[in-house]
Design a protein around this ligand. Structure first.
Ligand code: FES
Length: 186
């Protein structure tokens, strides 16, 4: 008589039940772990989908506060700022030079030097903008005023809108330094 295999019917059923129980527990465990993880990731990454406010019009001054003499004057740009995860109300986001050139016509220049990002100063005695970092010189309209200036382009002009007859709104935007072209900074 050969050695026969002893088959235990109950044992096989018990093993099968055990297997299904384990598999079921693993699936449930996976769902319990992955659902909160996915929800957390969605919340964490959500701000990256929000639109930036860069390039929006911001109310910067009124015509009353801007003498009609073609002399540039510096104004802070205050706006609500949103970065990837935070919102800041009424925060300085930059500064501009405004110049009232003809009656109600206003020109705006970003104060940031396009060479490497320092803030330029308007020198009233010379009628020009001077960058204190590497001496780039700009004319009152923002163009490079000295061939030896290291800046590759003039000061960045910004769009201006006059609203309600006296409010000066500027489309504020920073641009990347070190380039001859105006490339919006993100
Ligand atoms: S940063 Fe203005 S000249 Fe260099």
């Amino acid at each position: 008589m050969g050695e026969g295999k002893i088959i235990c019917k109950d044992c096989a059923q018990t093993d099968r039940r055990g297997f299904f129980k384990k598999a079921f527990s693993m699936v449930i465990g996976g769902i319990v772990t992955l659902v909160p993880l996915a929800a957390g990731l969605t919340v964490f990454l959500d701000p990256l989908r929000r639109k930036s406010s860069a390039g929006a019009f911001v109310r910067v001054a009124t015509l009353d506060g801007l003498p009609n003499d073609s002399v540039p004057r510096k104004f802070p740009v205050i706006a609500n700022r949103t970065d990837a995860w935070n919102k800041f109300d009424a925060t300085p986001i930059g500064a501009v030079y405004l110049r009232r050139v003809a009656g109600d016509k206003v020109e705006a220049l970003n104060v940031v030097c396009p060479h490497a990002g320092c803030f330029v100063d308007f020198k009233g005695d010379r009628g020009k903008f001077l960058c204190p970092c590497h001496n780039s010189l700009f004319a009152v309209d923002g163009k490079v005023a000295d061939a030896s200036s290291p800046a590759a382009r003039g000061l960045d002009t910004l769009e201006v809108e006059l609203r309600n007859g006296k409010e000066v709104w500027v489309k504020f935007q920073n641009f990347r330094a070190g380039h001859a072209e105006k490339i919006p900074a993100t």
